[in-house]
Design a binder for this molecule. Structure first.
Ligand code: FES
Length: 364
């Protein structure tokens, strides 16, 4: 291969190539005004062993030819296998034909690729060359001609003169946007405030997420964390448990963790002084980063860790983020006790559950 830069020698930035017989010379570059860094040019060419030793060159040539020859044999093997192997024959618990065809053709392609790389690395000319970019803009004459043609087209079409046609066309084009908007209705009813609500309501019992049994304060020990759900997951208005997609949708937003902390260690945010029951606190189980379920609890420090990206929340301090990429505190569910002595929610979450979104005030 011959080194032929595709530009004139007098162009700015032209990189002169080493002259034949002086290939170790370092190419020099003419610095251009405004270049932030001087172009270091092309380094010294170091010959490869196969460049200077004819025996090594022949060996490399044999290696590459050998790889291409093997590829040819595998391709022939593919053709033979296609006709020779019965369709119902098995090999390694797979179809013998599929396995053989895959291995032979895949192997042939792989060997051709390896051979080409070896050829390029060991035998093809490896002098670096520079090809400067040329401006890609059209010439001023071409641009003038294009604009003139546009003007002629506009004048001939009467687009500016025939205002009734022009305006009715613009109206028709604008109306074309309507179907796109109307078809959005197929996506279902507008979500309203559904993203901000969960199924928790005042008086709904907090139940164990495995057994479905309602939790009593005295059953939760100091330092314990219980994964819980709203009772509706196990018994809806008809007394039936939720199933399938509906159950998953409810659990994805309403799942909670219940912990018991020494009351004197709790530093409740303003207005949340009565949200715990004798040190029992309830928080959303859904990480406010991107929504992984959280349950890795460090009971000495009251920190709960999200396994996805290690966001850490302090449950004794209003679910405040103490580490990691989450941007909002864990939403807290206000707790109370009903007349039968079971833990209940005193309302829905006042904060939005799950990953942050732009309308959310930052309360980190
Ligand atoms: S989802 Fe919890 S830290 Fe990313």
């Amino acid at each position: 291969m011959t080194d032929q830069p595709h530009h004139g020698r007098d162009e700015p930035g032209h990189v002169p190539m080493p002259e034949p017989g002086n290939e170790d010379a370092v190419a020099q570059v003419t610095p251009r005004a405004g270049d932030p860094l001087p172009d270091p040019g092309i380094g010294t060419h170091v010959p490869r062993p196969s460049d200077v030793d004819p025996a090594l060159e022949r060996r490399a040539e044999r290696q590459v030819s050998g790889l291409f020859g093997l590829a040819t044999l595998l391709t022939l093997g593919f053709t033979v296998a296609y006709f020779a192997i019965p369709e119902d024959a098995t090999l390694l618990n797979s179809s013998a034909m599929n396995l053989t065809l895959g291995v032979s053709l895949g192997g042939a392609l792989l060997l051709i690729g390896i051979g080409a790389i070896q050829w390029a690395k060991k035998l093809m000319d490896d002098h670096e060359i520079v090809e400067m970019r040329h401006p890609s803009a059209s010439s001023p004459e071409d641009r003038r001609e294009a604009l003139a043609a546009l003007d002629v087209g506009a004048a001939e079409s009467g687009f500016g003169r025939r205002t009734m046609i022009r305006n009715s066309l613009l109206g028709a084009m604008a109306a074309l946007g309507l179907p796109a908007v109307v078809l959005l209705r197929d996506l279902g009813p507008l979500p309203g405030d559904a993203a901000e609500k969960t199924v928790w309501t005042k008086g709904m019992r907090v139940v164990n997420d495995v057994s479905g049994l309602a939790l009593r304060p005295e059953e939760i020990e100091l330092g314990q964390l219980v994964n819980a759900e709203p009772q509706i997951v196990f018994a809806n208005d008809e007394g039936e448990p939720l199933e399938g997609a509906e159950k998953q949708a409810v659990k994805a937003k309403a799942a909670v963790i219940v912990v018991r902390i020494r009351p004197e260690d709790i530093t409740p945010p303003k207005g949340r002084e009565n949200w715990n029951v004798d040190g029992i606190l309830c928080y959303s189980k859904i990480c406010t980063h991107v929504g992984c379920p959280i349950s890795l609890y460090e009971q000495q420090t009251y920190q709960v860790l999200c396994p996805c990206h290690q966001s850490t929340f302090n449950l004794a301090d209003g679910g405040r983020v103490t580490f990691g990429p989450a941007h909002r505190s864990l939403p807290q569910l206000p707790l109370g006790v009903d007349e039968d002595g079971y833990l209940i929610a005193m309302s829905d979450f006042p904060d939005i559950v799950g990953p942050s979104y732009p309308t959310m005030p930052q309360d980190r």
